[in-house]
Design a protein around this ligand. Sequence first.
Ligand code: NAD
Ligand code: UDP
Length: 305
Amino acid sequence: MDRALVTGGAGFVGSHLCERLLEAGTEVVAADNFATAATVNVAHLLDRPGFRLLSRDVTGPMTAPGPFDVVFHLASAASPRDYLRLPLETLRAGSYGTERALDIAERDGARFVLASTSEVYGDPREHPQREEYWGHVNPIGPRSVYDEAKRYAEALTSAMRRERDVNTGIARIFNTYGPRMRPDDGRMIPTFIGQALAGAPLTVTGTGGQTRSLCYVDDTVRGLIALAASDVPGPVNLGNPHELTVLRIAEEILAVTGSASRIEYVDAAVDDPARRCPDISRARRELGWEPEIVLAEGLPRTVGA
Ligand code: NAD
Ligand code: UDP
């Protein structure tokens, strides 16, 4: 991989991905419209040789200097607060944005990696989620702007592979956490950490009995790079199979921060998935990948960042 395009490269996952690629000697062009992230995430990379940051909206005509060996398509709002605030933009990033990024991969004969999501499984009726599961998504609910955009992005990516021989790989990323999540992005981890450090109540939705499985960002990025370096079409689940209730995660954050904050139960989110845990057999088998960083290691790194 000599030259990579990373759409959404100034975002939380994208900035870590750019950093790892540069460390491996890959030249990186990051394209971002700063809809949900800021330049600060990649400020430390701006002077590095081999890194370029372009201000680009991937849903518009995308001029990106090439040729590239690999195109990572990450551009999309990702936190529920962001995509509920940017519903049409999120649908466009998944549809037009994915098409533009695929066009560049086709132009250059590059490997294409789609950052899809566990949200394609919706509120799953199968547990843990295997890639064979087709999902249980409300197509008209508020979350559908994200879930269905990613499902469409997967359909488009698959069609481009079949019809145009584009060398594509689909990653279904499960909840990822780590340094550089925006403190106000509304996701559980930055919200609970901010509340715990401020001594404010931790706002747990519903009963707190819903589950998530948290993967540290370095592990997720290593998985994305392994997928890029392979010919595996996927979809491949990338996530940590250690499943915890949201209440337990809140309690872990209280312990790590040494906070005396209390738990406050607030209204459940609409269409909130009740359980989420990846089956990662395929990633283990086809990519030789599995997560290495446990929560007890990843949470302090996130809090201390
Ligand atoms: P993020 O919001 O931090 O990053 C997304 C980036 O995309 C931002 O920098 C944003 O400005 C940019 N962007 C959005 N729309 C754009 C557009 N039209 N043109 C150019 N840039 C645009 O989110 P993240 O957590 O880093 O997520 C990155 C990708 O990974 C997303 O595609 C997301 O769906 C996927 N993903 C993330 C998680 C997770 O837990 N973080 C889980 C599953 C999937
Ligand atoms: N959540 C919560 N309090 C918050 C933010 C989120 O209890 O302040 C819950 C949310 O309802 C969901 C889980 O935490 O059940 C994970 O939410 P997040 O937004 O981090 O990611 P999601 O998995 O929903 O995309």
